[in-house]
Ligand binder design. Structure first.
Ligand code: C5P
Length: 223
């Protein structure tokens, strides 16, 4: 069994984008690299936690000592997260698509001879962070979400924390100037029930290590 301040703790991390199928060969996606989520999974495992990483399609290598569950769509991600419960902590770092194609085609869509283009009708995806944060017997003791914003970062993050029912929000500026998406660095503010802490610009791996230490301090040793 593992050593470290999170030994005996079960943790769930979501990471990466989701892919929402249009037909068997096409999908809707986003630019999430999975760097931050994968780094968090690695940092929690390094502190001794038993980590399940539910990840959308990424090119990041599997972090050492982590159980990796690859998924594609938001609905698959929610199913995989539910299957990983119960956990002490869940960190939702995935960039989950807000919408999926309402009825994806079973066969590849073909160009129509008359030149008509297909119309995609979208349906809202489940919010994984809000779903896992809802009160109930399986509700993790600590729910952590992310808020990627391009303006009014803190105000939006405060709203998000209340709306989604999570305990902490890691707010980051993803405006083009910040270079967060796909980059190695991240400047974040941690919002907890007790206050708001601005962290200095850090490497994504350092943000992950700092967050993992905070989680360990907050939980204390496993019973
Ligand atoms: O609402 P927004 O997408 O900005 O919220 C971001 C936070 O919510 C992140 O922690 C993200 O992982 C989570 N989220 C989720 N499921 C969704 C949408 C967002 O878990 N469908």
């Amino acid at each position: 069994t593992a050593d470290g301040p999170l030994a005996g703790r079960r943790v769930l991390v979501t990471s990466g984008p989701t892919h929402e199928p249009i037909d068997p060969v096409r999908y809707i996606a986003n630019r999430s690299s999975g760097k931050q989520g994968h780094a968090i999974a690695a940092a929690l495992a390094a502190l001794g936690a038993e980590v399940t990483l539910v990840t959308g399609p990424v090119t990041q290598p599997d972090p050492a000592g982590v159980r990796v569950v690859p998924v594609e769509s938001a609905r698959d991600m929610l199913d995989a997260c539910r299957a990983a419960l119960p956990v002490d902590v869940a960190v939702c770092a995935a960039a989950v698509a807000d919408w999926r194609v309402a009825s994806s085609a079973a066969q590849k869509l073909k160009k129509a001879p008359d030149g008509d283009s297909p119309t995609l009708t979208l349906a809202e995806n489940p919010d994984i962070l809000a779903t896992l944060s809802a009160p109930g017997p399986d509700r993790p003791a600590l729910m952590v979400g992310f808020a990627a914003e391009t303006e009014h970062v803190i105000a939006h993050a405060r709203d998000k924390r209340a709306r989604k029912g999570c305990d902490w929000i890691v707010a980051n500026d993803v405006g083009a100037a910040a270079g967060t998406f796909g980059g190695d660095a991240n400047t974040v503010t941690l919002l907890t029930g007790d206050g708001e802490e601005g962290w200095p610009p850090l490497d994504k791996t350092e943000v992950a290590e700092r967050l993992a230490r905070r989680i360990a301090e907050t939980l204390g040793p496993a019973p």
